[in-house]
Design a protein. Structure first.
Lengths: 336, 554
């Protein structure tokens, strides 16, 4: 009996030393559990480092980081949309990271100029049309959808979604506020139905013939076509032949930054570097049919089949800086 | 605060049984209720604290472009949902409580089941079925060439779906009120020559008012706090504007400004309602102990009652559940795994403990108010109930900020390694109380209001006072109301999202958290699986509740 107790104590001791030695990194994530858990599991298998994480919406997570202040358990803040990352940096929740590998693996327009946050996957917001009703030649740019020839033929998701707010913010950067407002007013005038609650519903409306064209993130298109391959829907890459220097398809990111008060700073940076590396990029992006941020890594075959496109090269940080302005502009223009 | 000598019911009289004195209620019941009210008051004050630094630029913009629409929208929504849930809730409660018709036993509990469905999931199902791209519209279009359906993405559509999701609150509380009356009252009215159906309007309905109002207030507070359902319909309300100001325009002060208007509005309505009610008495001098003679509905009446119950049950529960089950079956192979055992267990644990705590605190609050219905007491009770009218995420953050502050103080003071409060079960349960105290308080308060004061005095004269009076006299009479409070809190906590997300310990995912993970990426089919499990788990307490309340009165 005594011996059992001693060996149990020894076992407990050795276990506790193991846990004390085992490196750990704590993540607050607004990217959903089913998208990040496979990655964290792979990381733990490869490095032995435990990843503790908790998911929530980005707003509450930021409020949480702020309230916890210097005592926060979080080392890494992970979220979708550059606007949220920009806001986290703005509120002083993140810290700069100087990493050669991050700078090499992530194109400059998809990370913070001050190195406080880094894109990890690319989400392209593009046009989806009904090929039975629209010839690809009729389509050209986002702003062209404001032309009266699209009257009653456009469907849009609600302006409350950050994807549309970022798109409009980037247009403000590109064209200035008055012209952007004109474009958004044009969109609203062309709507076939009130703004829809999500991208999938918008595409279904196009497929059902309620409207002819809509604006969505490509992975929603990929998901819908996987389930219903026969829907009359096709993808179009806008703003490819625009003369302006940085013009191209509007892209956003999901990404992450090391928290200002990270206890395991080195571990957080290592995880971040691993996520942007060749090894993890496919796992990160493919699970949600997104584009890898690392240009050396090829997208999922399903995604690659949609063809190559030129990205808008303006730094996505602008989406955050101009987001409030964009929301106000859409309110003024009556885009609900 | 009045001293003990002003107590209308002198609890401080020495009881003959000395043990009772030892455990008698505090000399001032208000002292017992004050800490309970703090659970809600602190987060509210933390939020309103942001009003000290108002955001003029954003406020000006909201005032000009957002507020006019959302004020109108919110007013219509409250009006429509209020009328709708009253009509459905009261009519069905009367039918199942006082009448007899085919299927009554089944409908008595089945009509509660929509409570187990998260309202935004029901909303998404109905949107899918009735929108332009849905099966009905497609069939009409392709088979009959009919291109027009009443648009579901409209004010009427939102109201309809919310009524279907929220009527059970009124149904449950009104039913408890009708049952508490027994048949004597309407029999008395009949003996005075009032026809049966008019006895309902002249006697039963007015007497059931506290119960009906309690349920109605719950339904309307939930309507005001709702974000998920109105988002599915892209219908702009106070809540959507609060979220927009906070999470899209990054202005917590502007969000707090909007929330303050909302809180003020709810508070005024609650106080007015309380004033109007306190001028009348709803207590019954005797309680019927014999079997209530149900009104046996015949032929047309019986079939009408059956059709009405079946229609509401079908639309509010059966149709959404069939769709959810269909989706869940499609993803079952891919998504269902052993982890679901943990999700379900944690959901049950949190809902069970949370419901007990909510009902317990609600009892203390309502009983203290009965002992001493001073303005201070009623004010305190209203404050404690406010959490239910606040958008969940807003309240969750309001709770988290003071908890994190306290944690930081403790860490500084004692040199602790990490937080000791945040991420604990205790904080989670207290946070649920901040949100759901109203859900427990409403039914218990209306239940107490039906117990006449002469019962208290009789007990008093027999020397039964304090906690013993509560335990021996009031609790048995409150049985149905307490069970109602328990069941409502249980299913509400089961569905609750923002507080669970914000306060759960690492790895403590629940069924509702699973629903969140899927819906936030637009994967509604995959969200159906955890939603279906919520329904299954929610069935148990609903069934149990109705069985027990039936028993309590028959």
């Amino acid at each position: 009996m005594h011996r059992i107790r001693t060996s149990l104590a020894a076992l407990a001791l050795s276990l506790s030393t193991v846990t004390a030695l085992a490196a750990e990194v704590v993540v607050y994530s607004a990217r959903n559990e089913q998208l990040i858990k496979p990655l964290f599991d792979a990381y733990t298998r490869e490095t032995g480092v435990q990843v503790k994480f908790i998911t929530d919406k980005e707003g509450p997570l930021m409020a949480r980081l702020k309230a916890e202040g210097a005592n926060t358990p979080a080392d890494l803040f992970m979220t979708v949309d550059a606007g949220n990352l920009w806001q986290a940096a703005e509120e002083g929740l993140l810290q700069p990271v100087n990493s050669k590998s991050l700078q090499a693996n992530i194109p400059a327009h998809l990370r913070d100029p001050d190195n406080q946050w880094f894109g990890l996957s690319v989400r392209a917001r593009t046009l989806i049309y009904n090929p039975n009703k629209v010839k690809p030649g009729e389509l050209s740019t986002y702003e062209d959808l404001a032309d009266p020839k699209w009257k009653g033929r456009l469907c849009l998701r609600t302006s409350k979604k950050v994807y549309n707010q970022s798109l409009v913010a980037m247009m403000i950067k590109e064209y200035g506020e008055p012209k952007t407002e004109q474009i958004v007013r044009g969109w609203v005038a062309n709507l076939a139905t009130d703004p829809l609650p999500d991208d999938t519903k918008a595409m279904e409306a196009v497929a059902a013939g309620l409207c002819d064209v809509t604006l969505v993130n490509t992975y929603y298109f990929g998901r819908l076509m996987e389930k219903k391959p026969n829907l009359p829907l096709a993808i179009f890459w806008p703003n490819q032949n625009v003369k302006a220097k940085n013009a191209g398809v509007h892209v956003n990111i999901s990404g992450a930054g090391v928290t200002k008060h990270a206890k395991n700073r080195q571990e957080a940076i290592r995880l971040l570097e691993w996520l942007a590396s060749d090894k993890a990029q496919n796992l990160y992006a493919d699970v949600n049919l997104e584009y890898p941020v690392n240009p050396k890594v090829k997208p999922d075959p399903v995604v690659a089949a949609w063809g190559n496109f030129k990205q808008n090269l303006i730094n996505v940080a602008e989406a955050g800086r101009l987001q409030t302005q964009a929301v106000m502009l859409m309110d003024r223009a009556g885009y609900k | 605060m009045p001293g003990p000598e002003m107590n209308p019911v002198p609890t401080s009289i020495r009881a003959p049984f000395t043990g009772a004195r030892f455990i008698s209620l505090p000399a001032s019941p208000w002292l017992a209720t004050f800490p309970i009210a703090l659970i809600t008051a602190i987060p509210v004050v933390v939020l309103l604290g942001h009003l000290l630094h108002p955001d003029q630029a954003i406020w000006h913009h909201l005032w000009q472009f957002v507020l006019p629409e959302l004020l109108a929208n919110t007013a219509w929504l409250v009006l429509g949902v209020g009328l709708g849930v009253s009509l459905l809730g009261v009519s069905l409660a009367w039918l199942t409580a006082a009448c007899d018709y085919p299927g009554r036993r089944f409908f008595a509990w089945a009509l509660l089941l929509p409570l187990a469905l998260p309202a935004y999931v029901t909303a998404f199902v109905w949107l899918g079925l009735l929108d332009f791209t849905g099966p009905l519209a497609t069939w009409l279009r392709e088979t009959w060439g009919i291109h027009w359906l009443p648009p579901i993405r409209s004010r009427g559509g939102v109201i309809l779906v919310m009524v279907l999701a929220l009527y059970p609150y009124v149904y449950l509380t009104a039913r408890a009120a009708f049952q508490g009356m027994g048949p004597r009252l309407t029999e008395a009215a009949q003996s005075l020559g009032v026809p049966r159906w008019r006895a309902f309007f002249r006697v039963a309905l007015p007497m059931a008012r506290p119960g009906i109002t309690a349920g109605l207030m719950l339904a309307l507070m939930e309507t005001l706090a709702d974000f998920g359902t109105v988002s599915v319909f892209n219908y702009n309300t106070f809540t959507t504007a609060i979220y927009k100001a906070w999470f899209s325009m990054f202005s917590l002060p502007a969000a707090a400004q909007l929330a303050a208007i909302l809180i003020f509005f709810v508070f005024v309505v609650a106080v007015l309602e309380n004033l109007a009610r306190s001028r009348r008495s709803y207590a019954l001098s005797t309680r019927s102990s014999q079997m209530p003679a149900r009104i046996a509905l015949k032929s047309w009446g019986a079939w009408g009652a059956f059709a009405w119950s079946a229609a509401v049950f079908g639309l509010a529960f059966l149709v959404p559940v069939v769709q959810i089950a269909d989706w869940a079956a499609g993803v079952y192979q891919q998504d269902f795994d052993a982890r679901y055992l943990g999700f379900a267990w944690r959901s049950l644990l949190l809902s069970g403990l949370g419901a007990l705590l909510v009902a317990g605190l609600a009892l203390v609050l309502a009983y203290a108010q009965r002992l001493r219905p001073t303005p201070a007491m009623q004010f305190t009770a209203r404050i404690a109930s406010l959490g239910y009218a606040l958008p969940g995420t807003v309240l969750a953050v309001g709770i988290f900020i003071p908890v994190a502050w306290l944690d930081n103080q403790l860490i500084d003071l004692f040199g602790l390694e990490r937080q000791v409060l945040a991420g604990t079960l205790l904080i989670m349960l207290l946070a649920y109380c901040a949100r759901f105290l109203a859900v427990g308080f409403g039914p218990v308060e209306s239940g107490l209001s039906r117990i006449t004061r002469s019962v208290d005095e009789a007990a008093q004269s027999l020397g039964v006072v304090g906690v013993r009076r509560l335990a021996r006299i009031h609790l048995p009479m409150l049985r149905a109301s307490l069970l109602t409070a328990l069941a409502l809190a249980f299913v509400d906590i089961m569905k609750e999202l923002p507080i669970t997300l914000m306060t759960r310990p690492f790895g403590w995912d629940t069924l509702a958290v699973r629903v969140f993970e899927m819906t936030s990426e637009g994967e509604w089919e995959r969200a159906a699986l955890p939603a279906a499990v919520i329904v299954l788990v929610g069935l148990l307490p609903t069934y149990w509740l109705i069985k027990h309340t039936e028993h309590a009165h028959t």
